[in-house]
Design a binder for this molecule. Structure first.
Ligand SMILES: [Mg+2]
Length: 369
């Protein structure tokens, strides 16, 4: 059999829930575990994997609605499979779990295709960057001062990452004094040379966000992510006009229309995209192409090892989020994770596909479905 005949002969799902290494919270959410929904495809004896960080029910969407489309189809026909999957989700709902399930299958198809063609995924996609710039992301509101300091200095001094982000907007914006105190402590920990970002996860009102933004200037904060809900495009545009720091959003984007509206509203200075939500590796370049004529860069949200190949192929790339939870889980469950030293993530030239391989012995204790 030649590779062009490689029909997908099995579609499997698995769900892993991994406890966090400490209680975690941001402005508007609290959690103590993270769930990874895995899709595994096989064709011609080759295995491709993709995943999303979402509810276990994403696996049911894959099984019931997407697997029948992918099963038996050529592993090379990613675009056709993607189109059919989107159609199949019409009455299921693409935003939310439908989009996460779609993204996981799409990523698995791209991984499988690259492995069948004996290529690293970034070579199949065609890279324009050798490395993807990173920013360290964590700084949860649940951390005490010592933990915050340890995490931030680890990224800056140990890894040489020149940008870090912490969470603010604690308890839906009701702890502003503590937010600002933590920002000052973060600045003191990282020194003047490192860029400092904040993410309120939509915890503030517009006026409150503006007052906070004025105080953040004292700590030279460059990036204010979701100062208010990312659904309030008028509010984001208003903040963007009145502050000099970059206003950013986009992590909850599930389709091109969402991103077009956000860009056209003038709501952001940098568009965030999550490859595990937006529709996978097929859709990420199209989202980036929506941002480009608005003069916007894109930044990858979380799941760093699933973004790196796709973002290396994006001309208007800003950077990628080196998110504590996902970095930890990917290192725990997979072989092939990348080294962030120097602040760039370089896709491996000597590994096929996205380069990661699940370690069943390590993953099985966390499997819930
Ligand atoms: Mg965020």
């Amino acid at each position: 059999m030649t590779v062009t005949d490689a029909a997908i002969d099995s579609v499997a799902t698995a769900v892993y829930t991994v406890p966090t290494d400490a209680p975690e919270a941001d402005g508007t959410f609290t959690w103590d575990a993270t769930t990874l929904v895995m899709v595994t495809l096989r064709a011609a004896g080759v295995v491709g994997t993709g995943w999303t960080y979402g509810a276990p029910a994403c696996a049911a969407v894959v099984r019931d609605h997407l697997a029948p489309i992918v099963q038996g189809r050529s592993a090379l026909d990613v675009a056709e499979a993607w189109e059919q999957m989107v159609r199949a989700l019409r009455n299921v709902g693409r935003p939310g779990m439908g989009g996460m399930a779609l993204s996981a299958v799409d990523i698995a198809m791209w991984d499988l295709k690259a492995r069948l063609l004996d290529l690293p995924l970034h070579r199949l996609l065609g890279a324009v960057h050798d490395g993807v710039p990173l920013y360290g992301s964590g700084g949860f509101t649940t951390y005490d001062d010592a933990r915050l300091d340890e995490q931030l200095t680890g990224w800056v001094r140990r890894d040489g990452i020149p940008r870090v982000k912490i969470k603010i907007g604690e308890s839906w914006g009701t702890q502003v004094d503590r937010d600002l105190d933590r920002v000052r402590k973060a600045r003191a920990a990282i020194g003047d040379e490192t860029q400092l970002y904040v993410d309120a996860n939509g915890g503030y009102s517009v006026g409150q966000a503006l007052r906070v933004a004025r105080q953040l200037r004292d700590s030279d904060v460059r990036w204010f992510e979701e100062p208010i809900t990312s659904d309030d495009l008028d509010g984001l545009r208003h903040l963007r006009r009145l502050t000099s720091m970059d206003i950013t959003a986009g992590e909850y984007g599930y389709d091109l229309t969402y991103f077009r509206r956000m860009c056209a509203a003038g709501a952001v200075d940098c568009l965030q995209i999550d490859v595990t939500r937006c529709g996978g590796i097929t859709e990420l370049p199209r989202v980036s192409a929506v941002a480009a004529p608005h003069g916007l860069d894109v930044s990858g949200h979380c799941a760093p090892h699933l973004h790196v190949a796709a973002l290396a192929a994006i001309p208007n790339l800003r950077h990628l989020e080196w998110f504590h939870d996902h970095v930890r889980i990917e290192a725990m469950l997979f072989d092939g994770t990348l080294d962030p030293s120097g602040g760039d993530l370089r896709p491996a030239e000597d590994r096929l596909g996205h380069g990661l391989a699940l370690r069943p012995d390590r993953a099985e204790p966390f499997r819930i479905a």
